[in-house]
Design a protein around this ligand. Sequence first.
Ligand SMILES: Cc1cc2nc3c(=O)[nH]c(=O)nc-3n(C[C@H](O)[C@H](O)[C@H](O)COP(=O)(O)OP(=O)(O)OC[C@H]3O[C@@H](n4cnc5c(N)ncnc54)[C@H](O)[C@@H]3O)c2cc1C
Length: 415
Amino acid sequence: MISPEPDQNPGRHAGETAEQAGFRSRVRAWHDIHATVRSGDDLWSVPLYVEPGRAEEYFNAGRAWQRRLFEHGWAGLTWPREYGGGGGEPWQARIFSEVAVGYEEAPGFIGATIAMLGPTLLRHGTEDQKRRFLPGLLSGGLAFCQLFSEPGAGSDLAGLAARADRDGDEFVVNGQKVWNSQAQFCDWGFLLVRTDPGAPKHRGITFLLVDMATPGIETRPLVQMNGAAHFNEVFLTDVRIPVSNVVGEIGGGWGPARTVLLNESAFIGDRKGTTVMSPLLELARRHSRLEDPVVRQRLADAWARERMQRWMGETIQNAVRRGEPPPMDPSLIKLFAAESKLRTGELATALGALAVVADTGEAARWARHELMGRFAVSIGGGTNEVMRNNLAERSLGLPREPRVDRDTPWRDIPR
Ligand SMILES: Cc1cc2nc3c(=O)[nH]c(=O)nc-3n(C[C@H](O)[C@H](O)[C@H](O)COP(=O)(O)OP(=O)(O)OC[C@H]3O[C@@H](n4cnc5c(N)ncnc54)[C@H](O)[C@@H]3O)c2cc1C
C-alpha cells in the first residue's frame, strides 16, 4: 500500500545532524503550543470562500499567523537580520516548512507575496526600501498584490500599456490591470508601468511600489464560475506615486519583474509538503475503485509526481534561501505542477464521476473544486506554453521565438 503522508515522521530524519534534529523538535514544540495539529477530519477542506466577508477573514487569519511567526522569530529564517529575518541556514527553513505543514495555521496569500517580492527587494531595492518594506512584508503588516497583467498584456507582459508620466518627484499613472489576486484585501501593490513609450518594449518599463489607498485606484473583484472572487480588475486614474518608490532603475523595471516571475514560478511549483493522496485514496475506496488496475496506475502516477515535485521544490528553495540562482529553471517545476494539478482534477472526477456532479457531500465538493480549479496553475504566473518557451530558450538553448517587435519602439507596435 502506498503511503500518502511521506514526511510526517515525528522522529529523527535520516541523515539529520543532532543540531538539525534539535531544531526540528523546537519547531514542533512551538507549533504544539501555538497551532492546531491537522487532523484526518479536514480531509475534504477546500479554501473556497464565496461570501466576501469569509474570504477577507481567511486572508486576515493568514496575516495574523504571519505576524505570530514574526513575533516569535520564525519568519524569514534565512533573511538578513537587519531586515527582520533570522540570518539562518536554508536547512532551517526547510525543516520549518516540513513541520508546519502538519498544522492547520498558514500564512496563505501572504506567503506568496513574501516569496515573490522579498527576493526582488533584497536584490534590486535601495537600502531605504529594504528597511522600509521588508520588516512589514515579513510581519504580515504590509500585504502586497501583484499588478502586472493587463487586458492586452499577459503572456506578452512586456507589451504592457499602463502609462506613467513624470511630474517632479512623482509619477502620474493611468491604465488598467487585471487578474490581480487578492488585491481587494491588500494595502500595497507592486506595479509595472510604461515610462518610455519611445523605447523598445522591454526597456521602457518601470517597477513601482504603490499604496493601494492612493486616490485614483479602484479595485473591482471578478467573480469566477465557482462563486469566489479570487482576482480583481484594478483601474488607475491619475494615481500619484513618489519616484522614491521605483525599484531598480527608471526604464529598467524588466529586471525586477523577471526576479518576481522566477520566484513566482518556484513558489507555485513548490508543494510545501502538501499532498492530495489522502483524498484521492479515500475517493477510490468509497467508490470501490482500489482494485481497478487503471485507477491504481493513475494513483501511483499521482504519488510519483508528488515525490518528484517535492524534490524539485526543495532543491530550488534551498538555492533561493541561500540567495543563489536556482539549479534548474523554475519554469520546469511550474510546468510539472500545472500538469499534475490537471491530472488530479481529472482523476478526482473519474473516481466518482456522477457523484461529483450530483452529490452535495463534502467529498464531491472537494472533487468539484479540484476539477474547476485544475487550469489555475496552468495559467497563473505564466501559461504552460510560456513555460515551455522559457525552457526551450533558457535551458535547452533552442533558437529564440521570432520576435519582430523586439527592437521596435513600443509606441510603433500595432495593438
Ligand atoms: C490563478 C491566477 C492568478 C493570477 N494572479 C495574477 C496576479 O496576482 N497579478 C497579475 O498581474 N496577474 C495574475 N494572473 C494573470 C496571469 O499572469 C495571466 O493570465 C497569464 O500571464 C496569461 O495571460 P493572459 O490571460 O492575458 O492570456 P494570453 O497571454 O492572452 O494567452 C492566451 C493563450 O495564448 C497562448 N500564448 C500566448 N503567447 C504565446 C506564445 N508566445 N507561444 C505560445 N502560446 C502563446 C497562451 O499560452 C494562452 O493559451 C493570474 C492568473 C491566474 C489564472
